[in-house]
Design a binder for this molecule. Structure first.
Ligand code: ADP
Length: 655
């Protein structure tokens, strides 16, 4: 706090000390410094003044001056000055020590909780008592006669003075330190109510002090209650300050119920206790109300925060594609998301743990799972389970595979239950792919091993014949031709495997493709122009490289799968099937597809005529994949001419 303000407060101190120097009391001069004691305490508090400081010097000088004006002789002046300064330093020191969080005492909290009051009041009371003791003892030394009553009065006045001035100073100072817009001084009340409460206070005090023969002090508390409950703490403290000053001033000037008491010093003491009572009552009411309101605001904020957190949590778990549920050891589902129900093909509402458990009772290899092996049950006993694969029976009766992780959650202390978080995802497609890959690898290994074994066998025989010197040119030719045939088969398989792998990976580069022209090229490459006839086909939007692969496979099969001695005849034609697609037919006069095989020949490695025709069983799988990547379909049916088959596929038309 700037020095200017300190000087101002020192001026106030002098002013107060002089204003009330007129008391009709016959007690020593130090009793008159009221409410200057409170002003000094506030000044030292806000400035955090130290014993050796300009503030102490200023206060001491002011006290000496005032005491001189009041006519105290030098020894008494010394006692009063030391008492004033010491008590002020002590009060400020105690407050800063005992209420460090309070605004003005080193902290930034307002005086807004009743539990702060005892420390606050005790600090002021202890300082006032110390001052009274020091002053009384000093005066007794100087005058030679101890005046206990004067000491008690001094204690009361300084305490009351400190209570009303320091309280007002702290609550007002805190309010002024708040950023604008500051909270309303009226609190919940209106200006009209403030005027009414002020008029009520004036009327009540007027009555009580005018008719001092009647004990009308008790209704005065009504005014304090009104201000304490309805207006801000600042206004309440200002009210206590005003009525305190009025009460003490009137009592000192001989007006009112306290002055009517026979002994003026006893009357003055009663007035002091009355003022202390109203200050503390007013403060207790307003701080109690502030604390309740702060708690209510905090509660509302906590509730809003909780609602917000719940909404976030629901949004997060609701948007997850993984299934999630939280289970407790009674088998109750505490939380679950929509995906949990969807993965099981069940309705979201009314989902139960029992239902999920009965639908997921087997490991992925079909082995039944015991209750204790269940990932969720294990997590409830404290064990974390990661990526366990389970079979599930979906709501529509189909089977699926899920990967489950279950994690133990902290125990629900409130209800004494263990809880577990279970997360799972549908890996049916992934699992099927994995199985497919395993089969694929198995077949590839098998199909490569066969020709290799043949090569081994024939070369071994060749070596044996050579050793036995029985190798003839005809035999050599025979062996070499067998080895060549096996190696051809391996080549073909490897080529088809590569084609199969790339048919799914390669990025589509679509453009206008003339199917008839491609068929012509394929036929020419196979030297089969005479066996393949092609009619014009509307242009299609496709990847030319992949299309060539499709036609090469289909035309190649049509030329290959013919009965011995039959001259193959392949016809390719096409037309617009609808506004978007073109249908292409590849018809042959071959051996046809056995009934029941029409679908299966499109699967990897499936061969309908294994014995007499070479092949890998991959060609049609490649064809179907490429057509599907072009959003088309392919089917096969018997040739309506009665012999052979017709492969019919669709492709997007090029416009
Ligand atoms: P591959 O010809 O290498 O055996 P494909 O996937 O091309 O493999 O064909 C799968 C099976 O479909 C063939 O083994 C054969 O049994 C049957 N097939 C394919 N095309 C024809 C056709 N035009 N006529 C009769 N059967 C066919």
């Amino acid at each position: 706090m700037p020095l200017g303000v300190a000087v101002g407060l020192a001026g106030c101190w002098v002013l107060f000390a002089l204003i009330v120097r007129e008391p009709a009391l016959d007690s020593p001069g130090f009793a008159t410094v009221w409410p200057a004691g409170g002003v000094a305490a506030l000044w030292f508090l806000l400035r955090a003044a130290r014993p050796l400081s300009i503030d102490t010097a200023l206060l001491a000088a002011a006290a000496v001056g005032v005491n001189m004006v009041l006519g105290a002789d030098p020894p008494l002046n010394g006692v009063f000055t030391v008492t004033n300064v010491a008590q002020t330093l002590f009060a400020a020191w105690l407050l800063r020590r005992w209420c460090p969080g309070l605004w003005g005492c080193g902290g930034d909290r307002p005086l807004d909780r009743p539990r702060m009051l005892p420390r606050f009041g005790t600090a002021l009371a202890v300082a006032s008592a110390a001052g009274a003791l020091l002053g009384t003892a000093g005066a007794a030394l100087v005058t030679g006669q101890p005046d206990v009553m004067a000491g008690v009065l001094f204690f009361g006045r300084n305490l009351v003075s400190a209570l009303i001035v320091v309280t007002l100073g702290i609550v007002l100072g805190h309010w002024l330190s708040r950023p604008r817009p500051r909270p309303s001084l009226l609190h919940d009340a209106t200006v009209v109510e403030l005027v009414a409460a002020t008029v009520f206070t004036g009327a009540m005090y007027g009555l009580a002090f005018a008719f001092d023969a009647l004990p009308l002090v008790f209704p005065l508390l009504g005014a304090t209650v009104w201000f304490g409950l309805r207006f801000s703490t600042v206004v309440g403290a200002a009210h206590s300050f005003a009525v305190g000053v009025a009460t003490q001033t009137l009592t000192m000037t001989g007006v009112g119920p306290f002055a009517a008491v026979e002994r003026s010093d006893v009357g003055s003491l009663l007035a002091e206790f009355y003022i202390a009572t109203i200050v503390v009552t007013g403060l207790a009411l307003s701080t109690g109300r502030d604390e309740r309101q702060a708690l209510a605001v905090e509660l509302r904020r906590t509730q809003q925060e909780a609602v917000y957190q719940v909404s976030i949590r629901e949004a997060v778990i609701g948007s997850m594609t993984e299934g999630l549920f939280v289970l407790d050891d009674t088998g109750e589902l505490l939380v679950h998301n929509a995906a949990a129900a969807e993965i099981f093909g069940l309705p979201v509402a009314g989902l139960t743990w029992q239902e999920l458990a009965t639908r997921s009772g087997r490991w992925v290899d079909g082995v039944p799972m015991s209750e204790a092996e269940r990932p969720s049950v294990r997590a409830l006993t404290g064990e974390a389970v990661h990526d366990a694969e389970l079979l599930v029976k979906r709501g529509d009766g189909t089977d699926g595979v899920v990967s489950v992780s279950a994690i133990p959650l902290p125990r629900d202390q409130l209800r004494g239950r263990s809880r577990a978080l279970v997360l799972f995802r549908d890996i049916s497609t992934e699992h099927a792919r994995r199985e497919e890959l395993a089969t694929f690898a198995g077949v590839v290994a098998h199909d490569l091993r066969n020709p290799l074994a043949a090569i081994d066998g024939w070369t071994e025989m060749l070596a044996d014949e050579l050793d036995a010197h029985t190798l003839t040119p005809d035999l050599t030719r025979e062996f070499v031709s067998r080895v060549q045939s096996s190696s051809r088969r391996m080549h073909q398989l490897i080529r088809d495997l590569l084609a199969h792998a790339t048919s799914g990976q390669r990025d589509l580069e679509v453009g206008q493709v003339d199917i008839a022209e491609l068929v012509g090229e394929v036929a020419a490459a196979r030297h089969a122009e005479l066996q393949v006839s092609v009619e014009p086909v509307p242009p299609v939007l496709a990847d030319p490289v992949l299309m060539r692969q499709v036609l090469d496979n289909l035309v190649g099969n049509a030329l290959k799968y013919v009965a011995p001695g039959v001259e193959p005849q392949v016809t390719v034609r096409g037309c617009r099937s609808d506004t978007r697609m073109v249908t292409v037919n590849v018809a042959d006069n071959g051996i046809g597809i056995p009934p029941g095989e029409q679908e299966r020949i499109f699967e990897e490695f499936h061969r309908a005529h294994e014995r007499d025709y070479e092949g890998s069983g991959l060609g049609l799988a490649i064809v179907r994949r490429i057509i599907a990547r072009h959003d088309g379909t392919i089917v096969v049916r018997p040739n309506p001419t009665g012999q052979g088959s017709v492969f019919e596929f669709t492709l997007p038309a090029y416009d």
